[in-house]
Design a protein. Structure first.
Length: 711
């Protein structure tokens, strides 16, 4: 694809009132183009050429896009009648009884800058030329008050990308989340929606009858994930007398170093930019006078202690400067303000450098679920205490963990389902204790090292706490390899726990389908690790149980399934060898996008990945959660209780668990003589979960939960 349709939209007053995604989605632009092309005085025009052009646009891959930096304005609240005056007898004097709250929040930006969208294509450009002509009819973009004008041109694809990259890297398909994009049928769905909206009110069939309202159908689009990347600069700290040598700064002086770099950037930017931007520079670089809307726009200066090798000297030799997408200061201006400058009080010279491997050690471009602090977080201080008992210390750490959740929320992360550990000691060999980073502003009592485990991988850099703009709270990813346990929360109408085997089997089919689809080169062929079947299609039997386990759980005691588990075999069968890393990575990649589970006869349910720590609880007592199915049928002379108890002991030993004392609860016999039972297993030592035993344990039967049954 060598050419591109480049479409640029400018809003006349630099305000955008649309709700939802930012930058405005390609489908929003598609709607605005359709409204301009077919409305007003163009309604009598022939539609065939326009229809063909828009259907051609539907067929193209999602476009590249870019938007100017914005600042979110304060919401405007108004109170308007809810269009239901008939409920008040049609009396306009009673409108105050049906007023509802309506809130609008605009985004402000430089009206001289445009939104750019670039669709790449190959072949004839006839439809592209038609769309370029129709683009001049666009009149609004966002809400009805967002007057806009557009222009389009057909250019070389590389030239279009250069236009989009003037303010930074353009947004490309392939990122997290999803924003609406046009797809096959979008144009027809907009025509159908408009026709239904015009005829949404139906006249009464008889005099005095009710006027019927019919909801117009939704427009058709597809969701496409887009990335929106920050811009970054790397500077080496060089010796002023010998530029070939580093000038390392002790990690404990990170706040002093960050302050020196910040003041240097502010001083030179204020001198180099127009005077009327001095206040903006103070807000964006130093946070002076900054409000809540400026947090997402602020420059981040991150000195990087040297890590990556166990015995590396953790002194600071590099500084990472990050400009978020909404930063109003161009990258080239920041580079000019810092490159070649000598830092007062530090003695080091900033030398702009190529992208460094050290940045990858801090998660730049490398996602991870688990993160550990290199510099401690500055949190809300706890009341001073003397010596504490074990229980008091646990309570204090729980309070600190709540403060960490607040820090996650302030930094833009979702704190739900996040596992947190706190301590004063460092997480790596050459690290320094938290109090070693104390300054006049950040007392030692406020500083903690933390470990944060997210339910899904996050990209770095991750910086948390009150000192995140001064070098504190810098975390590094911990590479534990792909996880061996995946937990999903089930949303919507929840199936009964009695259908656990049925739900677990649906989960198994979904996981196999996702893994096969994630690796087209496999041509749908899966390893027995995923299927539980050999190459000849027969189930794995005997000691060959090295394949995935699946479980459906009720964690809140309402007899409804709320969590689903995908478990590597070495967690449930202690005699199995540790699962191969490539199997676990393929599993993680395959189910990364698993957001829905269709259960035949029970509908489609939404899934959300959550932290897996509770599933690995240790306990002396484990009680049946789903019925246990023995591995053999009893002989005529054998008692059911004895058979099940003996089978349970044999299964525990075969799975590498200690010999338990079995307490039977209930036994059921099926129509064909099959047995199922519930029981409790009492171990002499604490056993870590998951515990899954017996026949069909790979598919959700024989699941045990820690603790005893309630009386």
């Amino acid at each position: 694809m060598t050419r591109a349709l480049l479409l640029s939209v400018r809003l006349l007053d630099g305000r955008f009132h649309g709700v939802g995604d930012w930058p405005p989605s390609p489908f929003r632009l598609f709607q605005a183009l359709v409204a301009g092309a077919y409305g007003g005085r163009w309604r009598a025009e022939a539609t065939a050429p326009k229809d063909a052009a828009f259907r051609w646009l539907e067929s193209l891959p999602p476009p590249l896009l870019s938007a100017p930096p914005r600042v979110r304005l304060r919401p405007l609240t108004s109170y308007v009648p809810n269009n239901d005056l008939d409920a008040k007898g049609g009396d306009p004097r009673r409108a105050n009884e049906i007023r509802v709250t309506k809130q609008m929040r605009a985004s402000a930006f430089d009206p001289a800058e445009a939104f750019h969208y670039a669709w790449s294509f190959a072949g004839d450009d006839g439809h592209a030329r038609t769309l370029a002509e129709l683009a001049t009819r666009l009149h609004t973009f966002g809400r009805g008050i967002d007057a806009a004008a557009a222009q389009a041109e057909i250019v070389d694809a590389a030239a279009a990308e250069c236009v989009l990259a003037e303010r930074g890297p353009p947004s490309r398909p392939g990122g997290p989340g999803a924003i609406p994009c046009a797809t096959a049928g979008s144009l027809d769905s907009l025509h159908a929606r408009h026709a239904a909206f015009v005829a949404r009110l139906t006249a009464p069939s008889s005099p005095g009858g009710p006027i019927l309202f019919r909801q117009p159908p939704k427009a058709l689009y597809r969701g496409v994930g887009y990335d929106r990347l920050s811009q970054r600069l790397i500077f080496d700290l060089r010796d002023g007398r010998d530029p070939n040598r580093f000038h390392p700064v002790p990690q404990e002086r990170i706040v002093v170093l960050t302050t020196a770099v910040r003041d240097c950037a502010r001083q030179h930017l204020a001198a180099g930019l127009p005077e009327d931007r001095a206040a903006e520079v103070a807000r964006i670089v130093a946070g002076i006078g900054a409000g809540a809307a400026d947090i997402a726009r602020r420059l981040r200066i991150l000195p990087l202690p040297t890590i990556g090798f166990t015995y590396a000297d953790p002194a600071i030799r590099r500084v990472l400067v990050e400009l978020p997408p909404e930063c109003p200061i161009p990258l080239k201006d920041v580079a000019w303000a810092l490159s070649g400058r000598t830092l007062p009080g530090i003695g080091a010279t900033l030398s702009e450098a190529a992208p460094s491997e050290m940045a990858k050690h801090y998660g730049v471009g490398m996602p991870s679920r688990r993160w550990r602090s290199v510099t401690p977080l500055a949190l809300t201080p706890l009341p001073p205490r003397g010596r504490m008992s074990g229980g008091e210390r646990v309570s204090a750490e729980q309070t600190v963990a709540r403060n960490v959740r607040n820090a996650l929320r302030q930094a833009g992360f979702d704190p739900r389902e996040v596992a947190i550990r706190v301590q004063r000691e460092p997480w790596h060999t050459k690290g320094a204790r938290a109090e070693a980073f104390a300054t006049e502003r950040f007392a030692a009592a406020r500083l903690y090292h933390v470990e944060v485990t997210f339910p899904s991988p996050q990209f770095g850099p991750v910086v948390l706490g009150d000192g995140r703009f001064l070098g504190l709270g810098l975390l590094r990813p911990v590479d534990d390899g792909a996880p061996a346990l995946h937990v999903f929360e089930l949303h919507g109408a929840r199936p009964a726990l009695s259908r656990a085997l049925y739900v677990a089997q649906a989960l198994r089919r979904a996981v196999m389908s996702c893994v096969a689809a994630s690796d087209p080169a496999s041509r749908g062929l899966l390893d027995p690790f995923f299927t539980g079947h050999g190459e000849d299609g027969t189930p794995l039997r005997g000691g060959r149980h090295a394949h995935l386990f699946f479980a459906a759980l009720d964690t809140d005691g309402d007899d409804r399934i709320d969590h689903l588990l995908v478990i590597a075999p070495h967690l449930a069968d202690r005699t199995a060898t540790v699962s191969k890393a490539d199997h676990l990575k393929r599993l993680e990649a395959g189910i990364a996008g698993l957001a829905e589970l269709h259960i035949p006869g029970l509908g489609t349910h939404r899934l959300a990945a959550v932290a897996a720590d509770d599933a690995l609880t240790a306990s002396h007592v484990w009680t049946s959660h789903t019925r246990y199915l023995p591995t053999r049928h009893p002989a005529r002379a054998e008692e059911d209780n004895a058979v099940v108890a003996s089978d349970l002991v044999s299964e525990c030993l075969r799975r590498g668990l200690p010999r338990p004392r079995v307490v039977m609860h209930e036994i059921w016999r099926g129509a064909r003589g099959g047995i199922s039972a519930t029981a409790s297993l009492h171990f002499s030592i604490a056993v870590r979960g998951p515990v899954m035993l017996g026949r069909c344990s790979h598919s959700g039967a024989g699941v045990f939960r820690p603790g005893t049954l309630p009386r």
